[in-house]
Design a binder for this molecule. Sequence first.
Ligand SMILES: [Zn+2]
Length: 100
Amino acid sequence: MSASSGLPEPSLLQQVEQQRIDRLVAELKRRGVTNDRCPRCGTFDWAVSFFQMPAAHEGFVSPFGQGITGYIPVACFNCKNCGYLMYYNLRVIETSEVRK
Ligand SMILES: [Zn+2]
């Protein structure tokens, strides 16, 4: 327990994930993202998740009936008010130089 807030201390995993989110938000700002509010409802209250989005290359037909040919690492921002979802390709945000 934290002596100052009375709230439980975040786990190490939560701390590492929050640091990743902080770096992501800082990088988005560095690349010119200026508005942190939901584009649909104007709320500023997001849940952020990191996951692998399955992808299928155009024209791919698998003999096993599965079309997934790869995964895109994404950060998903979910508006807690209206449920609007925004995805960021982490191969661009976390590994590439700014293009503008
Ligand atoms: Zn919203």
